[in-house]
Design a protein around this ligand. Structure first.
Ligand SMILES: [Zn+2]
Length: 274
């Protein structure tokens, strides 16, 4: 099976088109507020009313975008394009109450948009941040528990001594410490958490691991551990788990509110050149 080459830890994670790609962002330049236009922003809301016997709930007409336009009457608005494949979040994908981030641009400047809700029943809020975000790998770890379990399972007929399992884990941990995550190939399978990404050990590390296994295992046992390593390397328990930290880098906004937009842009450009 041919795997994707790795050009960054979140490449395949981000590539998936998300529902939001259909949405459009509108920014009020004056207030720096954003509104996300969705196919649902005019859906009527049903307000359940406690009553007995039950009666149909009254329908409240909603026009969120109309409200946004009224609130920013006379202000300059612009449309922002969402940068595809830029979504990242700190919690599991299935977690409903969380903050996620993506990038959007007006063609001259790009922004980070924070999307969040405080409680599960709250509507989504979008906040514009001047700046960028960075993903930093904070650790690369082996899946110790899963490896030990798999070894016990696969070496059932002639069980490995606990000391050998421990020695193998110690060795693999040491090999992992020498790996550079930037040079590893990520697996295309999804992880349930966007800040946890799985990687395949590189060829050099594999050779080092096999060579050092000769100090722990002998004869037939060595052949079996070698076969185990080959089987588990690309999509099994020997995948390495990288943990990332999301860092939002805010930059001070030029005082564009009191200046014509052109002037503000020049200031931003001048700042970048410093
Ligand atoms: Zn405004």
């Amino acid at each position: 099976m041919e795997r994707e080459t790795n050009s960054g830890p979140f490449r395949s994670r981000f590539r998936k088109p998300r529902r939001t790609t259909m949405n459009r962002l509108v920014r009020c330049i004056h207030c720096d507020e954003v509104f996300c236009r969705t196919p649902f922003d005019r859906d009527p809301e049903y307000a359940p009313q406690p009553s007995f016997p039950p009666v149909p709930s009254p329908v409240i007409e909603r026009d969120d975008f109309g409200d946004f336009l009224r609130n920013h009457d006379g202000h300059r608005l612009e449309e922002l394009t969402i940068i595809q494949d830029s979504f990242v979040s700190e919690k599991d994908y299935v977690e409903p109450v969380k903050a996620s981030y993506f990038k959007a641009t007006n063609g001259r400047e790009s922004f980070v948009i924070k999307k969040f809700r405080k409680a599960i029943a709250d509507p989504l809020t979008y906040q514009l941040i001047h700046g960028d975000y960075r993903l930093e790998c904070i650790s690369l770890e082996i899946q110790s528990e899963a490896i030990a379990k798999q070894l016990r399972y696969e070496f059932k007929s002639i069980p490995l001594a606990a000391s050998k399992v421990e020695a193998f884990l110690r060795l693999y941990r040491r090999v992992a410490q020498g790996m550079d995550v930037e040079r590893l190939e990520r697996v295309s399978e999804e992880s349930s958490n966007p800040l946890q990404v799985y990687f395949i050990m590189d060829e050099v590390s594999l050779m080092f691991l096999l060579r050092n296994c000769r100090n722990i295992f002998e004869g037939q046992q060595y052949n079996e551990i070698e076969a185990f390593i080959q089987r588990q390397r690309e999509d099994g328990v020997l995948l390495l788990k990288a943990n990332y930290r999301l860092e939002i880098i805010e930059k001070a906004r030029a005082k564009s509110r009191t200046l014509p937009v052109g002037t503000a842009l020049k200031i931003e450009k001048a700042k970048e050149n410093i």
